[in-house]
Design a binder for this molecule. Structure first.
Ligand code: HEC
Length: 103
């Protein structure tokens, strides 16, 4: 967890790289509904923690530390309470575009 936080801090120093958003947020929304909504609240009007202490995507988006890069790192690493989701490159891009569209 500490290592993860460190990576985020280091990557936060490179905001220019966070600008390119190749994903399709509409496809990301559909994917989130199919895959992520089992645990996360994914709609902007859903407030508070969702199931199993998974943060609502709106809360994720509201966190200023959340960028395309930090999301990519998170989704590409292992998490204790979140199953390893096998997302393709394109699916990862789409999900990132969707979550950031909630900002
Ligand atoms: C089986 C339940 C489950 C599913 C399915 C799931 N998550 Fe999670 N997720 C969690 C839990 C629990 C946490 C909080 C604990 C942690 O960070 O591991 C979390 C944390 C996160 C975070 C970190 C938020 C932060 O502020 O650090 C992101 C981003 C995230 N999930 C995205 C996704 C995406 C995108 C999907 C779908 C592709 C998904 N999750 C599917 C349970 C789930």
């Amino acid at each position: 967890m500490i290592r993860f936080a460190l990576i985020i801090v280091l990557l936060g120093a490179l905001p220019a790289l966070a600008q390119a958003l190749p994903g399709d947020r509409y496809a990301g929304h559909t994917l989130a509904r199919d895959v992520c909504a089992a645990c996360h609240f994914i709609e902007s009007e859903d407030m508070g923690d969702s199931w199993a202490d998974a943060p609502a995507f709106q809360d994720v988006a509201d966190d200023p530390a959340i960028t395309a890069i930090s999301l990519r790192v998170f989704l590409g690493t292992w998490h204790q309470n979140m199953p390893n989701l096998m997302l393709s490159e394109a699916e990862t891009d789409d999900i990132i575009a969707f979550i950031l569209s909630l900002k």
